[in-house]
Write a protein that binds this ligand. Structure first.
Ligand code: C2E
Length: 760
């Protein structure tokens, strides 16, 4: 028993010993005090922290170390956890030699341990901690040490309580610090968002007072004061109409279960009107009670504009897909659509429908002479006039080129159609002023009627086409109703025009070559290029058919250029191969020949193909040469000076003026086939052929007989001194490949002055 003063000293000593220590140091010092007993080989301080047993500190004599752990006991090994836990329940000391306790295994203590002591520390009768001690001696030594540590146990109550509280405070402080940090962070984020966000963010209470607002509001509305809208009511912020709208929306929001989106237009301070996408959602407290409304508005003006532009572009594209770019009239696609709808209506109502096909007369001539711009203006003016002639419900469409179509619906009396057609004829024929010229044009109209002339769109268009051709044939500037039995060949002729246009574009044309021979030597002296058209459905179409058509439609210029270029290319190839060094003869169309820049075009083609001019011969028919004789002479002179040979084709069929003929710088006359046909039997033909031969020779020209089919014709011609021949008897026109094969295999075989062809 200690004296009172001794006890006071002891308290002072302990106070001194534990003064200014933190909880970790307190625990360490306590363990060190226990470890001071030699019998103790390991001491562990376990405390109850919020109902969890925590190993604070461990001291081991072998390593002479005291280690702070502060870890749950359940995580540690080499401790008799259950036994320690038990002493926390009972609040009683527990000691034993390990050998005497069956429930203990070697995993529950350190190797070498012989006895164990658990000393719970009670606070108001409740264990708040326990010292667990191991000894390498028997339990008696431990008991003795425990007795010696009486003072430590006594002070431990206070110290462990202090330690637990300090820990508790520390944890609280940490929690507070973390919470404060989190609060600071979220405030910082919020401020950053509100300051930098390019959106209108606002939080309002249920009375419409703004609690939070993004800086963007201030910029947008040029608000100068620091707070911006914060603290103000929505009615103070926005114009009354907008404020009312927003207010009503907010009222609805307090019941809303999900976000509400709407679009809103706001006038910016610069006066521009912007569209915003507004997303609103209610703010709820823990009890799910709505206490405010948050709205976030994003400026979607650009997106809206882009969408509008896209929509506009889309509708423009749609418009372009169904309208003719030049006149703005429905195009072929829309026309068919309207016609089909009209036919369906007519079918339902049992009424009539009329298709009028219109083709401008002489449009190509206008286009060629005044140019495409003028042609375009004319087409525009015509479309305008056509629209004026019909009712709004009728369709006026442009099918392409100078071809228009008018569809009339709800026709009760066919005479009305004639009246409309008359009106169109009269309206179109009024002169139109274009680029300072008064242009008079007329139109030919073909009319077909549903259901009489066809029940399908294509059928109606075809019959209208036939009728239109008939109108052309009947002198143009008139209209014709379709009637059965309208000239089929004429129709063919018309339909062929479109095909020919396509043929030129799609390369369906090809050139054949017909050899020309020297009658005296049988040698190959020339090759006439003759165009061929391989029509996909009609087969081979004769140039005798399509050349006049090409002439009439103006397609001849394009066609002739193609022929000239192709023939020059071919001749150049033969020249290069050394197989044929003569000339290639090309037929000229009158229209082509009359082009002012014709010599330049020829020079260009010669330059492009690399063919020397001396290997080209141009044939012009007698009639066409004589038609504009003085221009012909000029043109021929230019071509002659370029080194090109010139021949007069079909000689004898026209009316030649000898005065002109002698002025033509030509090299050859070609006697027309019609005189050669019966030359050996018909005296008149023989006389004509003979005089042509003499005339040519007198003018120092070569003379060629065309269309030689029989031996007797060849014989007659040779005897009369004709220079050259061309005809089926010698060689038919053939492809370049066939000519090539003859040339490769030693040329054209001759027998008794007659050339026999193997491959023709
Ligand atoms: N019955 C018969 N016919 C013979 C004989 N030998 C040649 N022919 C044919 O007579 C025509 C001669 O050509 P053309 O008088 O210039 O008459 C040509 C020419 O005026 C024109 N043509 C052909 N190709 C062209 C071309 O590229 N440009 C131009 N502008 N016209 C061409 O078409 C006309 C007809 O050409 P094709 O049908 O090729 O007819 C060719 C040829 O095949 C024969 O022994 N008997």
């Amino acid at each position: 028993m200690q004296s009172k003063s001794g006890a006071v000293d002891l308290i002072r000593k302990f106070q001194q010993l534990f003064k200014d220590l933190n909880q970790k140091q307190i625990a360490e010092r306590l363990i060190k005090l226990v470890m001071a007993k030699p019998a103790v080989s390991r001491a562990v301080l376990v405390v109850d922290r919020d109902d969890q047993l925590i190993v604070e500190t461990v001291g081991t004599s072998s390593s002479d170390k005291v280690v702070s752990l502060s870890r749950p006991m359940a995580q540690l090994q080499h401790l008799p956890a259950d036994t320690i836990r038990q002493s926390f329940v009972t609040g009683k000391q527990w000691m034993a030699n390990v050998a005497d306790v069956e429930s203990l295994t070697e995993r529950d203590y350190l190797a070498g341990t012989r006895s164990i002591l658990i000393y719970p520390i009670l606070d108001s009768g409740k264990p708040i901690g326990a010292f667990y001690c191991e000894s390498q001696e028997d339990v008696g030594s431990l008991i003795k040490a425990a007795n010696d540590l009486e003072t430590v146990w006594v002070f431990s109550t206070l110290l462990i309580r202090q330690l637990i509280e300090m820990r508790h405070h520390e944890e609280q402080a940490e929690k507070y610090r973390v919470a404060e940090q989190a609060l600071w962070a979220s405030e910082t984020y919020l401020k950053a968002i509100l300051y930098h966000s390019p959106t209108l963010i606002a939080v309002k209470d249920l009375d419409g007072n703004v609690i939070l607002a993004s800086e963007y509001y201030k910029q947008l509305m040029a608000v100068d004061d620091e707070e911006g809208y914060v603290g103000k009511n929505v009615f103070d912020v926005f114009p009354v109409e907008l404020a009312r709208e927003l207010w009503q929306e907010d009222q609805g929001m307090s019941q809303a279960t999900q976000n509400v989106e709407s679009e809103l237009e706001i006038m910016h301070k610069d006066g521009s009107l912007h569209t915003y996408l507004m997303v609103k959602f209610p703010l709820k407290d823990k009890s799910e009670k709505v206490f405010g409304i948050c709205s976030i508005c994003t400026d979607i003006t650009e997106r809206k504009q882009a969408e509008d532009a896209l929509r506009e572009q889309q509708s423009r594209l749609n418009y372009m897909a169904f309208h003719d770019a030049l006149t703005g009239l429905p195009n072929r696609a829309l026309f068919y659509d309207r016609l089909n709808h009209g036919l369906a209506r007519a079918k339902r109502s049992g009424g009539k429908l009329v298709a009028m096909l219109l083709d401008l007369d002489r449009f190509k001539y206008i286009n060629d002479s005044l140019g495409h711009d003028a042609g375009d203006l004319l087409l525009k003016a015509i479309s305008q006039r056509l629209k004026e002639c019909v009712r709004d419900m009728d369709t006026v469409a442009r099918l392409g080129g100078d071809e228009f179509v008018v569809v009339l619906e709800g026709i009760h009396d066919i005479e009305d159609v004639g009246f409309v057609a008359q009106k169109i004829l009269a309206t179109i024929s009024r002169p139109i002023t274009i680029q300072g010229h008064d242009i008079s044009t007329t139109v030919s109209i073909g009319i077909s009627v549903y259901p009489d002339d066809g029940t399908q769109a294509d059928e109606l268009l075809k019959t209208a086409d036939i009728a239109m051709y008939k109108a052309k044939e009947s002198g143009k500037n008139n209209y014709q109703f379709y009637a059965e039995g309208m000239n089929a060949s004429a129709v063919n002729f018309l339909l062929l025009e479109n095909d020919l246009r396509r043929a030129i574009e799609q390369d369906q044309l090809t050139l054949f070559y017909q050899p020309q021979f020297d009658l005296q030597t049988d040698s190959l002296v020339g090759m006439e290029a003759l165009v061929r058209w391989q029509h996909p459905e009609r087969g081979l179409v004769s140039p005798a058919h399509f050349i006049p058509l090409a002439e009439e439609t103006g397609l001849i210029v394009q066609l002739s250029e193609w022929v000239l270029r192709r023939a020059c290319e071919q001749q150049k190839t033969w020249l290069k191969s050394g197989r044929y060094a003569g000339k290639v003869a090309v037929n000229l169309s009158p229209r082509q020949f009359r082009q002012a820049n014709f010599p330049e075009r020829v020079a260009e083609i010669l330059a492009d193909t690399g063919l020397p001019a001396t290997h080209l011969e141009l044939e012009i028919t007698e009639s066409s040469a004589m038609e504009h004789a003085s221009e012909t002479i000029n043109m021929m002179n230019v071509l002659n000076q370029m080194g090109i040979s010139l021949a007069i084709d079909d000689f004898g069929t026209g009316y030649s003026s000898l005065a002109y003929l002698k002025r033509f710088p030509i090299h050859k006359l070609k006697i027309d086939r019609s005189f050669i046909c019966d030359v050996a039997t018909n005296q008149n033909d023989a006389a004509i052929a003979k005089s042509i031969i003499n005339l040519a020779h007198n003018m120092s020209l070569n003379v060629v007989a065309e269309g030689v089919e029989y031996d007797n014709q060849a014989k007659w011609l040779r005897e009369r001194g004709c220079d050259q021949v061309q005809g089926f008897f010698y060689a038919k026109p053939m492809s370049a490949e066939q000519i090539e094969q003859h040339l490769v295999h030693g040329g054209f075989e001759s027998d008794n002055n007659v050339v026999h062809l193997e491959l023709a």
